[in-house]
Design a protein around this ligand. Structure first.
Ligand SMILES: Cc1cc2nc3c(=O)[nH]c(=O)nc-3n(C[C@H](O)[C@H](O)[C@H](O)COP(=O)(O)OP(=O)(O)OC[C@H]3O[C@@H](n4cnc5c(N)ncnc54)[C@H](O)[C@@H]3O)c2cc1C
Ligand SMILES: *[C@@H]1O[C@H](CO)[C@@H](O)[C@H](O)[C@H]1NC(C)=O
Ligand SMILES: *[C@@H]1O[C@H](CO)[C@@H](O)[C@H](O)[C@H]1NC(C)=O
Ligand SMILES: CC(=O)N[C@H]1CO[C@H](CO)[C@@H](O)[C@@H]1O
Length: 589
């Protein structure tokens, strides 16, 4: 009870502060020492998986396609490596970094105009730096909707399609935004006869190129414009239902087929599942719902610092039980506050019915981002790893049961995931995009603690690593291109039967590889070295351990086979039976 009051108090404080905060646009992730030269770029979480800094020679901010064309032409003429940067840079892997220190970043920050909305054809033409938030709200103004989108709206159309970003649905063409791209314009290097640049407009009459360009990882050139197929605005009705997780493996597929926008959040240590029952309803259904997801709202930076400090202490003292109690409180607080859902400004229970544009994505913390001291997005100043892969429907049940077996062996092991909103499971469908999903699948998304000290192991590190390897290798999960640690991309390209076709288009569009980097070559299987071997590399997900030094022998963590997946190699405490240093009080759960 006291804890609940505490939470309420914080909520009131941050509502109040929210009102007095002056909105400021997010800071540009590109920082330059002198005017647009000698720059660095970080991802939004401030750090790449390998903790390196990305230095570039120059950053440019075209405002029109003409300017963009001349920038690409001039860089091509001078054989300068290029990469596209966005105003957000929200991807975790090092996709955005050109090789060497003389590279060029072309920011889409000022390519941010909505060019055309055709109400008859229900299409929208936007420049590639336009944000998801604007697309949703501008479409809604004329009664149109992009049906399925990522849940966070602080990303650009260029960046999100380049990494295959998605929402959750098995219906129709599924939840990936690139499925609704009917045309795009892309600016790529070319030979001197062409003036060193070529602009292509791709539509469905050129399936081969469009299938390559939809999910491009940014290696084909700069997408300057995107045409999206929208539909008429509709309403949705959403209810969260918390259930026991015993039959999750049996339920998962039928649930996805039954509910157009359904998703599932799993709290495996609590044996609980929150089913998001989310369906289209007639437009005249009563309700003015809004989903302002709590985890995407601004939060006091002081409160965040406290949360982090608490988890650091729990890690240092091996207080798995503390994590589990924290997770239980968080899960129940979120559930009882409706996760951020309201109707006419209040949450009084389900269902919440509202227009699609108010229910599909959110991110109110964007409005107060980087205002210095007061409120920030909840993930800033945190330090975490993210793993996200999709597992074909035919194997999802097995995967879930494997995770359940691990929880049986170590009941407290996944509370750390639950402290970070649990395991989010979303539906995605097979795509014609060459680097899109190869089968209908469930995407699993995990966020977990990362130590500031790269040589320090995490609590129950072995169990989470084993789950990661079971997903990626036993069931051949496809990594989300915009998330994951290095090991997520081991052998990834071999899982795509159309990879060769993609590489052919890449060769045609950019034979010099000016938009490629060592990292994208490694991810695309053109170079060795997705993983990095050094002391502690497995702790950081830079490698799969093959010897003890890849773990943390000083802290008693050694490289060992998995508990149930013997092919896994994980960093585990010497005596797993006693789970050394993991101070577990059985009666508390
Ligand atoms: C809080 C949060 C929530 C998220 N939620 C979801 C979710 O619900 N579902 C989901 O699938 N993902 C989600 N993501 C991941 C997100 O969708 C991806 O990281 C996305 O790629 C980020 O887009 P961005 O605009 O920041 O692009 P960036 O990360 O800046 O760029 C990504 C890549 O695309 C390239 N690129 C960008 N623009 C262009 C262009 N115009 N032409 C060519 N190449 C280009 C870049 O060079 C880079 O290689 C989330 C991320 C965060 C931080
Ligand atoms: C930029 O970096 C180059 C090479 O590292 C250096 O020679 C030059 O002086 C730097 N310029 C500025 C303005 O810092
Ligand atoms: C598709 O592109 C081709 C070549 O640019 C063009 O001739 C054709 O009209 C386009 N089709 C549609 C439906 O826009
Ligand atoms: C846009 C953004 O969030 N940038 C962050 C990048 O990382 C640094 C720390 O390395 C943060 O201070 C920035 O806010």
């Amino acid at each position: 009870m006291r804890n609940l009051l505490q939470v309420l108090k914080f909520t009131l404080i941050f509502f109040f502060i929210n009102r007095v905060v002056i909105s400021a646009p997010p800071e540009d992730p590109i920082k330059c020492f002198s005017k647009n030269t000698n720059c660095t770029i970080t991802n939004a979480s401030g750090i790449f998986p390998d903790r390196s800094t990305c230095k570039v020679g120059k950053a440019m901010y075209p405002t029109t396609e003409e300017e963009l064309i001349s920038i690409v032409a001039s860089a091509t003429k001078n054989k300068i490596k290029m990469k596209v940067a966005t105003r957000f840079s929200h991807s975790i892997p090092k996709l955005v970094c050109p090789d060497g220190q003389k590279g060029l970043l072309i920011s889409t920050n000022n390519l941010n105009k909505i060019l055309k909305i055709d109400k008859e054809a229900k299409t929208m033409v936007v420049e590639s730096g336009v944000t998801l938030r604007e697309i949703i709200s501008e479409a809604a103004k004329v009664g149109l909707a992009l049906p399925y989108t990522p849940y966070w709206w602080g990303i650009t159309i260029g960046g999100l399609i380049a990494t295959g970003a998605h929402g959750s649905s098995l219906w129709g063409k599924g939840s990936a935004v690139h499925e609704y791209v009917v045309e795009l314009r892309i600016v790529s290097p070319s030979n001197s006869q062409d003036g060193y640049v070529k602009v292509r407009s791709l539509n469905e009459s050129d399936q081969d190129h469009l299938n390559a360009a939809k999910v491009s990882l940014g290696v084909l050139g700069v997408i300057s414009q995107v045409t999206l197929q929208l539909e008429s605005m509709f309403k949705r009705s959403l209810t969260y239902l918390m259930k026991d997780d015993t039959d999750l493996g049996d339920e998962i597929i039928s649930f996805g087929r039954k509910h157009e926008f359904g998703d599932v959040t799993w709290y495996p240590s609590q044996h609980k599942v929150a089913y998001r029952i989310d369906d289209r309803v007639p437009i005249n259904s009563h309700g003015d719902g809004l989903y302002d997801f709590i985890a995407f709202r601004p939060i006091l930076s002081a409160e965040l610092a406290l949360t982090r400090a608490k988890e650091e202490v729990q890690e240092a003292t091996g207080d798995a039980n503390g994590k589990c109690n924290g997770a239980k409180l968080l899960t129940s607080t979120l559930a009882s506050s409706g996760y951020g859902l309201t109707n006419n400004g209040l949450f009084l229970g389900y269902p919440i019915i509202g227009f699609n544009n108010r229910m599909q994505s959110s991110g109110s913390c964007l409005d107060s981002l980087n205002d210095g001291m007061i409120t920030i997005c909840p993930w800033e100043g945190q330090f975490y790893h993210q793993t996200s892969f999709s597992i074909p429907l035919s194997m999802v049940k097995n995967f879930i049961e494997d995770v359940q077996k691990l929880v049986e062996l170590e009941p407290y092991s996944l509370c750390g995931l639950e402290l970070n909103n649990g395991i989010l499971m979303r539906y995605v469908t097979a795509s014609s995009a060459y680097l899109g999903k190869t089968e209908d699948a469930v995407d699993f998304f995990f966020t977990y603690y990362r130590s500031k000290d790269p040589l320090r192991p995490r609590l129950f590190e072995d169990i989470v690593e084993e789950i990661e390897q079971i997903g990626l290798f036993k069931y051949r999960g496809l990594p989300h291109w915009g998330k994951n640690r290095n090991l997520g991309f081991v052998g990834a390209i071999q899982k795509y039967p159309n990879a060769e076709k993609f590489l052919k288009v890449k060769e045609e569009y950019d034979s010099l590889g000016l938009f490629s980097s060592e990292w994208t070559d490694q991810v695309l299987g053109l170079k060795e070295g997705v993983t990095i071997l050094n002391d502690g590399c497995a702790l950081e997900g830079l490698c799969i351990c093959s010897q003890d030094s890849h773990c943390a022998p000083n802290y008693g963590y050694f490289c060992k086979p998995g508990r149930i997946y013997k092919d896994a190699r994980v960093c585990a405490p010497r005596d797993v039976k006693k789970t050394e240093g993991q101070n577990v009080l059985k009666d508390e759960l």
